[in-house]
Design a protein around this ligand. Structure first.
Ligand code: CA
Ligand code: CA
Length: 251
C-alpha cells in the first residue's frame, strides 16, 4: 500500500476511533497520524511511516520480525489522557531524525519503573520477562534504532558479554547517560541499579553467553568501591523535551 501524502487512523473529532491492520505487503506513507482512539496493528509486512504521530495506539504483534521505520516520531497528548502508546513488543524501530536523549525520554515513560506499562514507547514482551528490555542506539547511518534485547546489551548484539561490561564501566567512570553507555533503567545516570540489571541478564541469558566475561562479583566489588565517590550532584534526571508536544486537540 502506498499512501502519497497522509494516512490517518481514528480521525480527530469525528469518531475518535478507528483501526488499521497491516498484515502483509508494504505501507509507505509520508505522514502517519494515529489519533486518539485510533489503533494501528502492525502484524506483518513492512512499514515506512514517514512522519509518525501517535496519539492513539500503535501495536506490533510478537515475532521479532518487524521494524517500524519513521523519519520523525511525535507523541500527542490530549488533555486528560495518557496519550500515545507505541508497543514494539519483541520487535524494532528505526527513526531517521531523533537523538538518543529523545528516545531515552520516550522509552523511559514506557519503562515506568521497570513494569513496561507506561505510555510512549514500550514493550509488552519486556513486561513478561525479568531480563529483557528495549535498548536503543545509533546506527552507522546515524539513525536511531530501538531494539528488544537483554538488559545490559549496550551494543545491541543480542548477548551480554565483556564488551557490554566495558561499556558500562566506561559510562560509570565518565558520566554516561544513555543505553550504549550503561544506563539501562532510563534515569539518565549509570549507577548500581544498572549494574544489577546487566548482572541479572548476564546470569540468566543461558545459551546466548558467548565470551568469557569478568567475574560479576569482581565487577560488583569494583563498583562498590567506586560508588562512594559518586556525587548526588552528578545525578541527572530525565527532562521533558520538544518531542512530546502540547495537545493538538484540546478536549
Ligand atoms: Ca552485547
Ligand atoms: Ca541508570
Amino acid at each position: 500500500m502506498n499512501v502519497a501524502n497522509e494516512l490517518t487512523i481514528g480521525f480527530s473529532r469525528v469518531s475518535k476511533s478507528g483501526s488499521y491492520n497491516l498484515s502483509g505487503g508494504t505501507l509507505n506513507s509520508t505522514l502517519t497520524n494515529i489519533n486518539s482512539g485510533g489503533t494501528f496493528t502492525f502484524a506483518g509486512g513492512a512499514m515506512s511511516a514517514g512522519v509518525l504521530v501517535v496519539e492513539g495506539q500503535l501495536k506490533l504483534t510478537t515475532g521479532a520480525n518487524k521494524i517500524v521505520r519513521a523519519h520523525e516520531l511525535f507523541f500527542e497528548t490530549e488533555t486528560g489522557t495518557q496519550g500515545g502508546v507505541l508497543d514494539l513488543s519483541d520487535n524494532s524501530m528505526i527513526v531517521s531524525f531523533a537523538t538518543p536523549a529523545d528516545i531515552r525520554f520516550l522509552i523511559g515513560k514506557g519503562y515506568n519503573g521497570g513494569t513496561w506499562t507506561g505510555p510512549r514507547i514500550t514493550s509488552s514482551a519486556a513486561a513478561l520477562t525479568t531480563n529483557h528490555a528495549l535498548g536503543y542506539g545509533v546506527t552507522p547511518q546515524n539513525e536511531l534504532i530501538v531494539k528488544y534485547t537483554l538488559y545490559g546489551d549496550a551494543d545491541l548484539n543480542g548477548v551480554v558479554n565483556f564488551d557490554d561490561y566495558a561499556r558500562i564501566d566506561h559510562g560509570f567512570n565518565n558520566g554516561g547517560s544513555i543505553w550504549s553507555e550503561g544506563d539501562f533503567d532510563y534515569n539518565g545516570v549509570v549507577n548500581f541499579d544498572d549494574y544489577a540489571l546487566i548482572d541479572l541478564a548476564f546470569n540468566t541469558q543461558g545459551g546466548a553467553r558467548q565470551q568469557p566475561v569478568p567475574e560479576p562479583s569482581s565487577v560488583a566489588v569494583t563498583f562498590a568501591a567506586s560508588i562512594a565517590m559518586m556525587s548526588r550532584a552528578s545525578a541527572r534526571r530525565c527532562r521533558s523535551h520538544a518531542r512530546e508536544r502540547e495537545p493538538m486537540f484540546a478536549s
